[in-house]
Write a protein that binds this ligand. Structure first.
Ligand code: TYM
Length: 338
């Protein structure tokens, strides 16, 4: 029986943090053997906010190396760079033309990011979710493992697919497959270390608000030492008045591999003075093997570019078929007839 298909991606902007790892990549690694997976580095998305051309290529390689270092296995998975597969931009255009403008102006992330950019907000930022829909729909993905913040974009992707099927499909023949989001409960929304009510984010100007996957031991220790806590003794999950406590306990649970129940018992009588060194040690130990592997991979540049070269070839073969299917349904003249 054919395996179901998974697609997901991360933007090469800034450093990957624990939110990206626990909300997305770690889950990809856990489920990968059950699926046929496509993991892309979404470099076209990275220019929807002002970017640095001097670092884009290196940042793209870094993310691909991190996918491998976190445990993505090439026996089950294809790793590629979004801009290497031309079908992504072409399908985006086709989808743009059937997507109502208000679907995009309603997107929460657009509203949040647009406010930050003020007058200079670009069309790319508005169109970002359509490009994401193209990423997913090109691969006939069944499941899309992401963090909670991408849920609305997944709903939009489904709406776009329904619309294409409705406008151009036949009753018994769907053109695009409707993907399902795959959002794990634990780790789906890792919060900032400096404010337990806002999401850990690459764009937060406060470096102390996040732990990056590549942070060294001293940096991790400093960030956890300074992170926001509360004056209450005894640490408990799920208290709405203690968002920092819930977040730090969740991080400890996920990084230690212990169950929530076991952590609840272990930390019930602890104070922060006892818990913070424990979380520090656990975080450093969990990230150490990833960091080691990452440096090995980055030192073997030709291996990494080879992985991305064959990944792009395989991804393009899959994506081009879907693109031709959509163009055919929309009535385009196929080039072979010219
Ligand atoms: P990006 O690059 O912002 O984030 C990558 C992944 O990390 C998850 N994530 C989090 N999870 C838990 N807690 C957090 N604090 C946190 N911050 C980020 C995100 O949910 C995401 O899964 N639009 C996407 C990239 C993308 C994509 C796609 C994803 C483009 N095309 C197709 C899936 C399928 C984004 O900007 O992710």
């Amino acid at each position: 029986m054919n395996k179901k298909r998974v697609l997901s991606g991360v933007q090469p902007t800034g450093n990957l943090h624990l939110g990206n790892y626990l909300g997305a990549i770690r889950n990809w690694v856990e489920i990968q053997s059950e699926y046929d997976n496509y993991f892309c580095v979404v470099d076209l998305h990275a220019i929807t906010v002002p970017h640095n051309p001097a670092t884009l290529a290196q940042d793209t390689l870094k993310i691909a190396a991190l996918y491998l270092a976190c445990g993505i296995n090439l026996n089950n998975s294809t790793i590629f760079v979004q801009s290497h597969v031309k079908a992504h931009t072409e399908l985006t255009w086709l989808l743009n033309c059937i997507t109502p403008l208000n679907w995009l102006t309603d997107m929460i992330q657009f509203k949040e990011k647009a406010v930050k950019q003020g007058e200079n907000v670009g069309v790319g930022l508005l169109d970002y979710p359509v490009l994401m829909a193209a990423d997913i729909l090109l691969y006939d993905a069944d499941k899309v493992p992401v963090g909670e913040d991408q849920k609305q974009h997944l709903e939009l992707t489904r709406d776009i697919a329904v619309r294409i099927n409705h406008l151009f499909g036949k009753k018994d023949q769907k053109i695009l497959k409707l993907p399902e989001p795959m959002i794990r409960k634990e780790g789906a929304r890792v919060m900032s270390l400096t404010d337990g009510r806002s999401k850990m984010s690459k764009s937060d100007p406060a470096e102390g608000s996040r732990i990056n996957i590549l942070d060294n031991a001293d940096t991790i220790a400093q960030k956890i030492k300074r992170c926001k806590t509360d004056p209450i003794k005894g640490l408990t999950f799920d208290d709405p008045d203690r968002p920092e406590c819930n977040n730090l306990l969740t991080l400890y649970t996920l990084l230690s591999g212990k169950t929530k129940e076991a952590v609840a018992v272990e930390c019930l009588d602890m104070g922060w003075g006892q818990f913070k060194p424990l979380l520090t040690e656990t975080t450093i130990e969990a990230l150490k093997p990833i960091q080691q592997k990452y440096h090995e991979i980055m030192d073997e540049r030709s291996y990494l570019t080879g992985v991305l070269g064959s990944g792009a070839e395989k991804a393009a073969a899959t994506a081009d078929k879907t693109l031709e299917r959509v163009k055919g349904a929309m009535g385009y003249l196929p080039p072979a007839i010219l």
